[in-house]
Design a protein around this ligand. Structure first.
Ligand SMILES: [Zn+2]
Length: 246
């Protein structure tokens, strides 16, 4: 019998049996874990608080075949304030959905985990525009999982960015007008290219969450959902819901 001790964030859950819940938990060391919390829906359960979506805590787990059984749990942060604001709640739902789409069982991700915590904290406790938190999280996540967009030169001919460039979602970066011949692409301003480059270069743990100028925000908010679904081969319905607030 294998026992593990890890931190984790609850990405989603399914209610099963009378009072149990099967959680999908993201752990920095172990990646995605399926965790059975027995009896957690009973009002007096010691697991009740830990079994809510977005909840971040410390977990002791016992492996049972493909799944883990929760034996001890301590909540560090439930991000409860998210529940007071439907807009922030829907953005947080998208952020955990997106995270669920890129983490895998048995593959830890020690870079993405603290970024997720930071995004949830900013959504819960800061005045930063929720959409800006989502856009920055998307960009940083894409970088972490290996899809950092190339923004400093044309992906095909290597020419420096001219006045007019396009972002090609299949190729994952900007292409000049001359080379734009393959796949979907969107015209994008120099200001938006520079804003994305700045986010990619910044260390999120040494700075506040960064925001965007209105026009730039609109451009990036058009481009990133296309790029995310192209690279992750998945559409996130929760993203469309979040988008409807903008
Ligand atoms: Zn070119």
């Amino acid at each position: 019998m294998k026992y593990i001790h890890t931190q984790g964030v609850v990405l989603k859950y399914t209610n099963i049996n009378e009072a149990d819940r099967m959680l999908t938990v993201f752990s920095p060391e172990y990646g995605k874990l399926r965790v059975l919390a027995k009896g957690c829906r009973k009002p007096k359960s010691r697991f009740l608080a830990m079994c809510q979506p977005f909840c971040y805590g410390d977990l002791h787990l016992k492996q049972h075949h493909e799944i883990f059984i929760m034996t001890q749990a301590e909540v560090f942060n439930a991000y409860f304030d998210l529940r007071h604001d439907i807009e922030r709640l829907s953005y947080a739902s998208y952020i955990v959905d997106l995270t669920n789409g890129v983490v895998h069982e048995g593959e830890g991700n020690e870079r993405l985990f603290p970024l997720l915590l930071k995004a949830l904290s900013f959504l819960s406790f800061s005045d930063t525009l929720p959409l800006d938190i989502v856009l920055v999280y998307e960009l940083k996540l894409l970088d972490i999982v290996g899809y950092r967009p190339l923004l400093d030169r044309c992906m095909v001919c290597g020419a420096g960015p001219g006045e007019k460039v396009r972002f090609n979602t299949a190729q994952g970066g900007i292409v000049c007008q001359k080379c734009n011949c393959r796949g979907d692409s969107l015209e994008i301003s120099q200001a938006a290219v520079q804003a994305m480059q700045r986010i990619l270069d910044i260390d999120m743990f040494k700075s506040q969450w960064v925001g965007f100028e209105p026009g730039v925000r609109e451009e990036i908010n058009k481009l990133l959902p296309l790029y995310v679904s192209e690279k992750l081969e998945k559409r996130f319905d929760s993203r469309s819901f979040a988008k409807s607030f903008f």
